[in-house]
Design a protein around this ligand. Structure first.
Ligand code: C2E
Ligand code: MG
Ligand code: MG
Ligand code: MG
Length: 288
């Protein structure tokens, strides 16, 4: 593209964009099949508790293993699923998958909540709320939902009512990507959330930035004042972890601790971490 003249560049750009639009339409058509035929799978990424030096919970992240295109990441199909009206079915699939995986892990002694990302659209979807609640109540699974504040903005009253009904049946709520979107302190006050996740844009370069440490520290203090636990996402370096620890950040998540892993690799990760022995006396692998 860089070597092309202005006119060619415009033509090429239009071609690439129409290609993308075509892609979306194709993906949209293929989604129901993909969900029905198990082309979706989950990866799990742990959140580590800094002080307790143990795995506090995990987040389930969805992937699409497309038969022709290979691996597709959620950034390329979540909005397609929303537009296609398939996000509810996809999320219910993920919820059932998580519950099955979780019960296997718990039997091996790895018993902690697993969080699922919930699209804002679903917070206004009575049918989804009823079905998801039923699945969770039936199984007694330790489920958490990650939601962004932006997702509440469409219809705050309904969203907050539905979130409260989830909290009432034991679902832990975490505010995802805090600081990255249209954050509103008004929603922060009203949401029945017990965890706040600071967006990775403030965390990844924490140790080399002038401002990020100030933003992160004041966010941690704000969350603690509101009696929420804080997770930093995108922790990639020991120096970021060291700073977060000093700032009193409760939990960390990121490539430093573990990349998102398929269920079998995640199970092995948990087994190995346990092998390091008593968490109270031996630092587990993520803090070394
Ligand atoms: P998110 O919930 O904020 O998830 C964190 C994203 O950051 C994940 O990307 C994860 O792989 C990535 N990540 C984790 N640690 C690090 C790190 O140390 N450094 C960097 N640079 N990145 C890190 P992923 O899996 O591509 O997911 C992107 C977004 O897609 C998620 O953002 C979430 O909003 C959405 N998503 C994923 N699964 C689902 C789902 O089942 N349903 C819905 N509605 N959305 C989902
Ligand atoms: Mg998330
Ligand atoms: Mg996030
Ligand atoms: Mg994010």
């Amino acid at each position: 593209l860089e070597q092309a003249g202005e006119e060619e560049r415009v033509v090429l750009r239009d071609l690439m964009q129409s290609d993308l639009a075509f892609d979306r339409l194709t993906l949209m058509r293929e989604l129901p099949r993909a969900i029905a035929e198990d082309e979706m799978f989950l990866q799990y990424q742990p959140k580590a508790h800094v002080r307790r030096q143990e795995i506090a919970s995990a987040e389930a992240l969805i992937r699409w293993q497309h038969p022709e295109r290979g691996l597709i990441l959620p950034g390329d199909f979540i909005s397609v699923a929303e537009e296609a009206g398939e996000i509810g079915a996809m999320t219910l699939w993920a919820l059932r998958r998580v519950i099955a995986d979780q019960s296997r892990l718990a039997k091996a002694g790895h018993d902690f909540p697993v969080f699922i990302n919930i699209s804002g659209l679903l917070l206004g979807d009575t049918d989804f709320v009823a079905r998801a609640s039923e699945v969770i109540r039936e199984t007694n699974a330790k489920i958490g939902f990650e939601i962004t504040e932006t997702s509440v903005i469409r219809d705050p009253e309904t969203a907050i009512r539905h979130l409260k009904s989830f909290a009432d049946i034991g679902v832990t709520l975490a505010i995802d990507d805090y600081g990255a979107g249209l954050s509103s302190l008004a929603y922060l006050k009203q949401l029945p959330a017990s965890e706040l996740k600071i967006d990775k844009m403030f965390v990844t370069h924490l140790a080399s930035s002038n401002r990020d440490p100030l933003i992160v520290r004041s966010t941690i203090d704000l969350a603690h004042a509101l009696e929420m636990e804080v997770t930093a996402e995108g922790v990639e370096t020991p120096s970021a972890l060291a700073l977060l620890s000093v700032m009193g950040c409760d939990m960390v998540q990121g490539y430093l601790i573990s990349r998102p892993l398929g269920i079998d690799a995640f199970h092995r990760f948990l087994d190995e971490d346990a092998h390091l022995g008593n968490a109270a006396s031996t630092p587990s692998s993520f803090l070394r």
